[in-house]
Design a binder for this molecule. Structure first.
Ligand SMILES: *Cc1c(COP(=O)(O)O)cnc(C)c1O
Length: 485
């Protein structure tokens, strides 16, 4: 049990820092600049350190426990990559510096583009977008530019499966499209018959997530991309969570024309803190001319016998959609992604996927007798249960999530995807040990048992936190960080 927060710690006259002696002639401040009442808490250094350390411990973080937030890939990111990103050679440079003085940084970006091209099977990569949704926007602007460049102006609809992440339809609308929803079939796949009816000459493209947001592989993906391509549309693939496919399959061979990656989910930048992020966007050869500028490029210089390689920023792409962020995006995130790829190597990346998928299936099988499965299939990197059985006992998914906090776990994603009643979406990720998974499974089984024997205990959870149930929407929309009333 955490002690209730002692918030008012100030004591008049107490100080936590000592200012140096005055070493310039004393002269009065202009009257208008003098602040007579500072209204700052008065504390010793020790009290300040204790206060903030205590606050940080009340917060649940990936470094202190299991964080199985489905569709978010909250995994452990090695500290090594943070150290690498902090090297002075990376942090003490400026984007306006002459290219000849930042060749190493440009080389890193160039090579990262190539690695991501290999991982996705898509040869053109821009590292510029700074978030997943920003990568989506970039990709959909590219699709729009492609159609317009060909004089194909009648395409106004973007198809989005009903299980899609909310950013997908939002992106399509921001690009000026009308969204048409494609239903899922009884196995949790895109309903191909319905898609056939919807795909026509008005469709600019389909936004696809594979594995989809039910954690399931789209079994008819090749037919889906064929249908869309035959209608003249393109396939946008949401690759925010790539840790089921790395080293196993490329989105390109599954039909993708454009895809974004979340470097801050899959590639070693912590995710969930509000940034900085990286939404690298990859495209087929045909779409390369539309990618944002500048691009990081390489050219050979020097004469025969004295050849050299030079990296530079390339702006010479007349039909580019233009820049989508300042300079070339969040460089520190790229350094971490590069370090991650280099330290794991091709084999290590494949093992990431194998372990992510194995962990999710382990949980699925250990909990399937306790929670309802909407789609009874082998999953990929995440599994989705429905809390319907518990709901019939008066215990809802939100209650289960809150009770997990008492038992030491961050709740999984709840009530998403929208197509599953009382959804509980669990993504263990590849970085968790079997002991952690077993402890989580035991907690979930305990809650299922409590729902039957003592539902009020679950309904009134959490019992162990300084604050109980919050109005989460208001807390997020009207964030109040002031310590005073
Ligand atoms: C996280 C996520 C996004 C959005 O990424 P942001 O960086 O939060 O904008 C898009 N699609 C899917 C499937 C995601 O999981």
């Amino acid at each position: 049990m955490i002690e209730p927060l002692l918030f008012e710690l100030s004591s008049p006259g107490r100080v936590g820092c000592r200012l140096p002696d005055l070493d310039v002639p004393e002269s009065p401040l202009p009257e208008g600049l003098i602040r007579r009442e500072l209204c700052l808490p008065e504390l010793s250094e020790r009290e300040v350190v204790q206060h903030f350390t205590r606050l940080s411990q009340i917060n649940f973080g990936i470094d202190t426990g299991f964080y199985p937030l489905g569709s978010c890939t909250m995994k452990y990111n090695p500290r090594l990559h943070e150290d690498v990103a902090r090297l002075a050679g990376f942090t003490q440079i400026h984007p306006s510096q002459n290219e000849s003085t930042v060749q190493g940084a440009l080389q890193l970006m160039f090579e990262l583009q190539r690695y991501l091209a290999e991982i996705t099977g898509l040869p053109g990569v821009s590292l510029q977008p700074v978030a997943g949704a920003h990568g989506e926007l970039t990709g959909m602007l590219i699709i729009r530019a492609y159609h317009l460049e060909r004089g194909d102006e009648g395409r106004s609809i973007v198809l989005v499966p009903d299980s899609a992440h909310g950013t997908n339809p939002a992106t399509a609308v921001m690009c000026g499209y009308t969204v048409s929803s494609v239903p899922s079939d009884r196995r949790g796949n895109i309903d191909v018959r319905e898609l056939e009816k919807l795909a026509d000459e008005r469709v600019a493209g389909l936004m696809l997530t594979n594995p989809n947001t039910l954690g399931l592989f789209e079994e008819d993906v090749l037919r889906v991309s064929e249908i869309v391509h035959e209608s003249g549309g393109l396939i946008y693939c949401d690759g925010a969570n790539m840790n089921a496919l790395l080293g196993v399959a490329t989105p390109a061979e599954l039909g993708a024309d454009v895809l974004h990656l979340n470097l801050h989910k899959t590639f070693s930048t912590p995710h969930g803190g509000g940034g900085p992020g990286g939404g690298a966007t990859a495209v087929t050869r045909d779409l390369i001319p539309f990618l944002p500028v500048p691009r990081v490029a390489r050219r050979e210089t020097g004469e025969a016998g004295k050849e050299d390689t030079e990296y530079y920023l390339d702006y010479e792409w007349p039909v580019s959609i233009g820049p989508v962020a300042g300079f070339y995006g969040n460089f520190g995130v790229m350094v971490k992604a590069y370090a991650y790829l280099r330290s794991l190597g091709a084999q290590g990346l494949r093992e990431v996927s194998e372990n992510a998928v194995l962990n999710a299936n382990y949980i699925l099988h250990q909990l399937r007798d306790y929670y309802q499965l909407s789609y009874d299939r082998t999953c990929l990197h995440e599994c989705v249960f429905s809390g319907n059985t518990q709901a019939s006992l008066g215990v809802h998914t939100l209650d289960i999530a809150k009770r997990l906090i008492d038992l030491g776990f961050h709740p999984p994603t709840v009530y998403f995807p929208l197509t599953v009643d009382e959804a509980l979406m669990i993504e263990p990720t590849e970085t968790e040990s079997v002991e952690t998974l077993d402890a989580f499974i035991a907690a979930m089984r305990q809650i299922a048992w409590e729902a039957e024997t003592d539902p009020e205990l679950v309904r009134s959870a959490p019992h162990s936190t300084p604050v109980m149930r919050l109005d989460e929407v208001t807390a997020a929309r009207k964030l109040d960080l002031r310590w005073q009333r």
